[in-house]
Design a protein around this ligand. Structure first.
Ligand code: SF4
Length: 69
């Protein structure tokens, strides 16, 4: 039983945004006000793929990679 529980808890584990370590100036968690707290909790913790800022930063990063080639 214990292995089933650990499998379930692992699959429910939150996936933080990869940009938390190097955030952009517009990232929600940098300027926590009442509007941004809920956005940061939702997007930065587990739904970063849906974050407009994430999408923008990811695109910029891939453009920079392409320019370096
Ligand atoms: S989820 Fe969006 S706001 Fe949060 S750290 Fe990632 S890019 Fe920034």
């Amino acid at each position: 039983m214990k292995s089933d529980e650990s499998t379930v808890s692992r699959s429910k584990k939150k996936k933080k945004c990869p940009f938390i370590g190097s955030p952009g100036k517009d990232c929600y968690f940098l300027d926590m006000n009442s509007n941004k707290i809920s956005m940061a909790l939702f997007y930065c913790q587990n739904h970063y793929a849906q974050c407009a800022i994430y999408k923008k930063m990811k695109t910029k990063k891939s453009v920079h990679k392409d320019l370096k080639r």
